[in-house]
Write a protein that binds this ligand. Structure first.
Ligand SMILES: N[C@@H](CCC(=O)N[C@@H](CS)C(=O)NCC(=O)O)C(=O)O
Length: 206
């Protein structure tokens, strides 16, 4: 299996953390994509991933997968180790729900702010600006942080009593928020404590 990605970006990081949790990092081949020079927008790349984004996975049978949730579902089912989405139908449903909340409300919301309301990746790549929408999504990100803080007031993890893909997504979202200078409100003590605990996991620390 190949993973086309770039180090240090939030969505690729979600896949890399998932692989590390499964002890499978050395079972895949990473292929670096030159995002800063627009390689992900070339026709050759879009033939693999019409979304023109990283990460993208290439399975051994030639199938291409994009979207982190789809790629990590595949990783979760393919490699040994504790499940990242849960073992029962209910656990899997709850994990998907929380993962989607963290993705939509944090990773994607910070992304909209970063790309549409700031200089983002620079003028060559940020060909569309919409600061009203971007600033609204910044508010959504803060609201989501507040929501997640509430969830963590009664639980150590975001989806039930086990570490899951929802935690990975929210952690990557907060890292992206740092980069985009969207600070966690100081009163969100549960979220701040959870983040410090997550940062100590070997998969994330690495
Ligand atoms: N929803 C997509 C998001 C992927 C995404 O936006 N990736 C970013 C890197 S973190 C990207 O490729 N950005 C390129 C660009 O903005 O042109 C997923 O889950 O894979």
């Amino acid at each position: 299996m190949k993973i086309f990605d770039i180090e240090g970006f939030p969505n690729p990081a979600r896949v890399r953390i998932a692989l590390a949790e499964k002890g499978a990092t050395d079972k895949v081949e990473f292929v670096s994509v030159d995002v800063m020079n627009g390689e992900h927008r070339t026709n050759a790349f879009k033939a693999m991933n019409p979304d023109a984004s990283v990460p993208c996975a290439e399975l051994d049978d030639g199938t291409h997968l994009s979207q982190v949730t789809a790629i990590t579902e595949y990783i979760d089912g393919t490699f040994e180790g504790p499940s990242l989405f849960g073992d029962t139908p209910k656990d899997r449903a709850v994990t998907h729900m929380m993962n989607r909340r963290a993705e939509n409300g944090l990773v994607d919301a910070v992304g909209a702010y970063f790309h549409f309301a700031t200089d983002g990746l620079g003028p060559e790549l940020e060909t569309y600006q919409n600061s009203d929408w971007g600033l609204r999504q910044r508010e959504v990100a803060i609201q989501t942080m507040t929501y997640l803080d509430g969830v963590l007031s009664t639980s150590d993890f975001l989806a039930g009593d086990q570490f899951s893909m929802a935690d990975i997504t929210a952690f990557a979202g907060l890292a992206f928020a740092d980069f985009a200078k969207v600070d966690i409100p100081e009163n969100l003590h549960n979220l701040i404590k959870w983040r410090a605990q997550m940062a100590q996991r070997p998969s994330i620390a690495a």
